[in-house]
Design a protein around this ligand. Structure first.
Ligand SMILES: NC(=O)c1ccc[n+]([C@@H]2O[C@H](COP(=O)([O-])OP(=O)(O)OC[C@H]3O[C@@H](n4cnc5c(N)ncnc54)[C@H](OP(=O)(O)O)[C@@H]3O)[C@@H](O)[C@H]2O)c1
Length: 297
């Protein structure tokens, strides 16, 4: 059931959200760049670096941009964190990230197969990795640090030793996967939430009905639903016209009744469940999707 306390009246038309750790703001709508023209997440970052350079050469100030990157599972050991960040800064051609996230709380061997072979997935040494990320903040190489795809269990473990609390948690969220428990836990701990795969429920009849009623596209309704919950949202890459349309999320709102209808879809299912990345049914150590999510779903 949707929790009425998760409706965030102040957020309805917020263009940015304050991160409690520093008081700096993150834009309410972010642009997902994991798909490049070559469709590879590993070359996308170089293209983003070129785009940032072009923007700055055209007069956009660095401080007007909020740049987030994530540390991938094959770099998730204490001795690799700094080198991973250095590579990211080099590719992006900037000297500081606004936000650096743990992409997934599991370690993968470099070049791991999908699905992984035996021995290619390992437990995360969370405390050691987080301490290295904290050092990056202390040295002003990164302004905020955060998490992605964490469970309540893993969040609580992190909070038990973190000297610098995560500023932000990035999670799959849409009406078909609300993830209320994590949203509530983050809110209680002053951790801002960003929704990814926000278009996950695009073809749901209730989404389509609300879109038709409001004369908006399903993607716009889903983006607005995320904002009205008080989360920032990452808009997926597409052609230029679709991107322009997808970000028209301000100056209108989803009425409460429709918001409630969107917030009570009974069928809840993740789109991004991590199976291909982490599950090896025969050899483990992770033998099921339920285990990826600490049996919390
Ligand atoms: N933390 C994580 O583990 C994680 C996981 C997934 C994503 N993310 C983040 O979230 C960002 C976005 O990822 P995503 O999963 O939301 O989407 P995505 O994988 O970037 O794109 C999904 C699809 O949405 C389509 N699309 C865009 N606008 C549309 C519209 N108005 N109507 C219909 N289809 C539309 C695009 O198709 P067309 O090209 O055909 O328009 C695209 O193929 C990523 O770049 C990444 O930054 C994070």
């Amino acid at each position: 059931m949707a929790d009425a306390s998760l409706i965030n009246e102040d957020a309805k038309n917020a263009v940015s959200f304050k991160l409690s750790s520093t008081g700096r703001s993150i834009p309410a709508v972010g642009f997902g760049t994991c798909k490049s023209t070559t469709n590879s997440v590993f070359t996308a970052i170089v293209e983003v670096g070129r785009a940032l350079q072009s923007a700055m050469e055209a007069g956009v100030e660095r401080r007007a941009m909020f740049v987030t990157s994530k540390i991938w599972c094959s770099d998730l050991s204490p001795d690799k964190v700094r080198a991973a960040l250095n590579n990211t800064l080099r590719d992006l051609q900037i000297d500081c990230l606004d936000l650096y996230l743990i992409h997934w709380p599991f370690v993968l061997k470099k070049g791991a197969s999908m699905p992984p072979k035996g021995g290619e997935v390992m437990e995360l040494e969370m405390e050691g990795v987080w301490k290295e990320m904290e050092k990056l903040v202390e040295e002003n190489l990164v302004r905020h640090i955060g998490i992605s795809n964490f469970t309540l269990n893993k969040l609580n473990t992190l909070l038990s030793f973190a000297q610098i609390k995560p500023s932000l948690s990035q999670m799959e969220m849409h009406p078909g996967w609300r993830n209320d428990k994590m949203l509530e836990a983050c809110k209680n701990n002053g951790i801002h939430v960003t929704a990814y795969s926000a278009l996950g429920s695009e073809n749901d009849p209730i989404v389509e009905r609300v879109a038709k009623k409001l004369n908006k596209s399903p993607a716009q309704v889903l983006g607005k639903w995320a904002l009205q919950r008080g989360t920032s949202v990452i808009i997926p890459n597409s052609d230029t016209n679709t991107i322009k349309e997808n970000i028209q999320l301000f100056g209108w709102e989803i009425p409460n009744q429709d918001f409630q209808a969107l917030s009570t879809l009974s069928h809840q299912k993740r789109v991004v469940d991590g199976e291909d990345l982490f599950v090896n049914k025969e050899e483990g150590p992770i033998t099921s999707v339920a285990q990826v999510w600490d049996h919390e779903d």
